[in-house]
Design a protein around this ligand. Structure first.
Ligand SMILES: Cc1cc2nc3c(=O)[nH]c(=O)nc-3n(C[C@H](O)[C@H](O)[C@H](O)COP(=O)(O)OP(=O)(O)OC[C@H]3O[C@@H](n4cnc5c(N)ncnc54)[C@H](O)[C@@H]3O)c2cc1C
Length: 374
């Protein structure tokens, strides 16, 4: 295999696998490197399920991106014959002035998205698994649902390989350097020359950008599965994905039971950690803290604990993504689209990055994600 490429990609998780697929489709000589063998359970993209939703409470600017992401997920399903998405509808639940409710309503209104506003009593009646208290309301969006992250990554990697990308597992990039306007990437197994470099190393991205001191913090997050006491209410036909702002600025979310129990997790409030020394054990006090929310808002899911899995968020200070060229090396594209909500966008972010790399521009408004260097 040649050691000279048009583009080298470091990190083949959610984002790296998507950009590899998009670039290979355009005919470039693409090298992809990963320190592990993706899809794996050591980064940010494991745990069976991820939420996709359209009435984006974080900011209306995400809506055009997520709409394109839906199209690309459907396209990838068609190309690979794999089931990547399951539509369940979604509920954003909180006080009327909470970020999840007010933000989802704003996005739905601004982009004319199909939605309904339900009272707590209406939610309890239509979706008996979910028991919001009086005073809460919910925004219902029918197009929301579930992506299967490991299968999605596998699908992107399969398509990238089919289209000629050279993808290498268990080969960490140790460093990279400017090579007369191109790049030289040094790995555990050798050195490669590429015209451009994409850094999509997730929680490890700062180790490849030590000079930049990006304001990114890696946060430990635990996913929990509980056995439901009344399984019928948690079937995907009766239980949509749900995100709760139970107190101002405090969130948890959950999924229907897809056969392994009811998955729930808190959004943020985890410890800030080093990805190389993260504690992957989950203590009983963490289970109890999660169970307290289950007992209050999903009481029929308060059965035995089935499983826990530790994962990592890579957060920016304001929660919006980071996608930009390296300020000193215009042939290096950096992408940290996480902050706990990036997976759903990985198809479209792959397309955006491929457009930036091959055409120098994207048709999407990326201003929320650029010019964020300290
Ligand atoms: C618990 C949890 C729940 C989430 N829920 C949702 C959700 O419901 N919806 C949603 O949209 N998003 C969600 N997210 C966020 C989403 O999963 C992430 O934004 C996304 O997976 C990040 O993808 P990534 O490609 O940046 O990182 P990863 O998928 O982790 O990929 C990074 C890759 O880089 C590799 N790597 C690192 N260093 C090197 C190196 N030096 N050399 C070579 N390879 C390297 C790693 O091995 C890894 O494979 C959640 C995240 C977590 C943790």
């Amino acid at each position: 295999m040649p050691s000279r490429f048009d583009v080298a990609i470091v990190g083949l998780g959610a984002m790296g696998s998507a950009v590899a697929c998009q670039l290979a489709r355009r005919g470039g000589r693409v090298l992809g490197l990963d320190r592990f063998a993706p899809p794996h359970a050591l980064g940010s993209s494991h745990g069976q399920t991820r939420i996709i939703r359209e009435a984006y409470f974080e900011h209306p600017a995400y809506v055009p991106l997520v709409r394109r992401a839906y199209e690309l997920w459907a396209e990838l399903e068609g190309q690979t014959g794999r089931a990547l998405f399951r539509q369940t509808g979604g509920l954003m639940i909180g006080r009327p002035d909470s970020a999840v409710v007010a933000g989802a309503k704003r996005s739905a209104k601004e982009h004319s998205l199909q939605h309904e506003v339900l009272s707590a009593a209406e939610v309890r009646c239509r979706f008996p698994a979910l028991q919001p208290c009086d005073g809460m309301i919910a925004v219902w969006e029918p197009r929301a649902g579930i992506l299967f992250p490991e299968i999605c990554i596998e699908a992107h990697l399969t398509m990238a390989r089919k289209q000629g990308a050279d993808l290498r597992s268990d080969e960490p990039a140790l460093s990279w350097e400017d090579d007369g306007g191109a790049v030289r990437v040094i790995t555990s197994k050798g050195a490669y020359h590429a015209g451009q470099l994409v850094l999509t190393a997730g929680s490890w991205i700062q180790s490849l950008l030590r000079d930049l001191k990006l304001p990114l913090a890696v946060e430990r997050q635990v996913q929990f599965w509980f056995e439901p006491k009344h399984p019928v209410h948690f079937q995907p036909e009766r239980c949509p994905i749900h995100i709760w702002e139970h107190e101002p600025g405090r969130f948890f979310y959950g999924f229907p039971d897809l056969g392994d129990g009811v998955k729930v997790a808190r959004h943020h409030e985890g410890a800030i950690i080093n990805p190389d020394s993260i504690n992957r054990e989950v203590g009983p006090e963490e289970v109890e803290a999660m169970r307290a929310f289950v007992r209050q808002f999903l009481p029929e899911a308060d059965g035995p604990l089935r499983a826990t899995v530790v994962c990592m968020y890579t957060n920016t200070p304001d929660g919006h993504f980071f996608i930009d060229w390296h300020p000193a090396h215009p042939q290096v594209l950096i992408a940290s689209p996480c902050s706990g909500h990036g997976f759903k966008f990985s198809t479209v972010i792959g397309e955006v990055m491929a457009d930036l790399l091959t055409a120098g521009q994207s048709r999407f408004d990326l201003s929320l994600f650029r010019n964020r260097f300290p």
